[in-house]
Design a protein around this ligand. Structure first.
Ligand code: ZN
Length: 339
């Protein structure tokens, strides 16, 4: 058994999340500086938020799922909007945020709870490629659920949409609005909002966390005496991930074409992340006789600082070559010393 993703997050191993560290899962990062202010953590406020949710279809379905799942909702001061902890079946909301921000966060975090009830979205048994596809998809989908809720509330409470437009997630509500104006199709607009998530800066923070986690799993597997071949082995298809997760609470699929999530600009990490992952994977791959293609590394695009694109498989090859070269230099130096 290796560390689960949730245990990994709970152990405080997140190194580069945008607004500090928190030992919980599925954070929704808060980009703005944390402002000190009077905060209302009363049960009455929670009831007010629930009432805000009940005024829209998606919000009401969120509450229905909450009841079914029996999750606990608490207020907790943190550097995030909120989080969902699957181990404790708990949603925490940051009481320093406005009601409008917290209503959408409520929808977001409960969406993670729902995703969790559909499939193991962050399983270390998935290949790194499938892990990235799934990990990005759950965030994009939870953010798209918020936008859907904000859209449904536009007439009853326009402040919710306005608050979203002021957040770092605004490009998603803008994408939604554009498609909705052009087509009148809210499901299509939701899909376009979801796809817009991949352009947000926050995507790279999630990639950092996924890289850190998979690197740790690879190191654990390298250390263990017994072989545990089930890890990094499941090539879960993007179609299965999209078909399972990208549907509304009525079961209607809103993202039709899963292949979108494998496009180079979507399934991509940066060079630093690719090098870190490669360094951790190489000893594991030797021990388990796994190829880069078996792990799906050829499908993961890597964008270099100069904008040039390559694949994670290519970066792994480079890292390997550099290692062999430095090993050869070391060996030659030792030989020299022996003379
Ligand atoms: Zn999230």
């Amino acid at each position: 058994m290796v560390l689960s993703y949730h245990e990994f997050l709970a152990s405080g191993n997140i190194t580069r999340f945008p607004s500090g560290q928190r030992s919980a899962t599925n954070h929704r990062p808060l980009a703005k500086a944390f402002k000190k202010q009077r905060v209302d953590q009363s049960p009455a406020r929670l009831e007010r938020l629930k009432k805000m949710l009940s005024e829209s279809k998606t919000g009401q379905q969120t509450l229905d799922f909450l009841e079914q799942k029996g999750s606990k909702i608490i207020f907790e001061k943190m550097n995030y909007y909120g989080y969902f902890s699957p181990d404790n079946n708990l949603v925490a909301l940051n009481p320093a945020m406005s009601d409008e921000d917290l209503a959408v966060t409520f929808v977001h975090e409960m969406r993670h709870a729902w995703q969790d009830s559909q499939m193991d979205t962050t399983s270390p048994e998935m290949t790194p490629k499938s892990f990235f596809v799934s990990g990005f998809a759950i965030e994009a989908d939870a953010c798209a659920a918020e936008v859907m809720y904000a859209h449904e509330m536009r007439e009853k409470n326009p402040k919710i949409w306005a608050a979203h437009q002021k957040s770092n997630y605004a490009p998603m509500s803008t994408a939604f609005e554009k498609t909705f104006k052009e087509t009148g199709d809210a499901e299509k607009a939701r899909a376009d909002a979801l796809l817009k998530w991949y352009d947000l800066k926050v995507k790279s923070s999630y990639a950092d966390t996924y890289v850190d986690y998979m690197s740790q799993v690879a190191k654990e597997l390298k250390k263990q005496k017994e072989l545990e071949p089930q890890y990094f082995a499941e090539n879960r298809s993007t179609k299965l991930i999209v078909d399972t997760l990208c549907k509304d609470y009525d079961g209607k699929q809103f993202l039709k074409d899963g292949s979108d999530l494998e496009k180079p600009e979507k399934l991509s990490i940066n060079e630093k992340q690719a090098r870190k992952l490669s360094r951790a994977l190489i000893p594991y791959m030797t021990k388990y006789r796994r190829t880069a293609d078996q792990l799906g590394l050829d499908k993961i695009t890597v964008t270099r600082p100069d904008g040039e694109k390559t694949t994670c498989a290519e970066i792994l090859k480079q890292v390997k070559a550099e290692r062999n070269k430095s090993a050869a230099v070391k060996a030659a130096a030792q030989k020299g010393n022996g003379r």
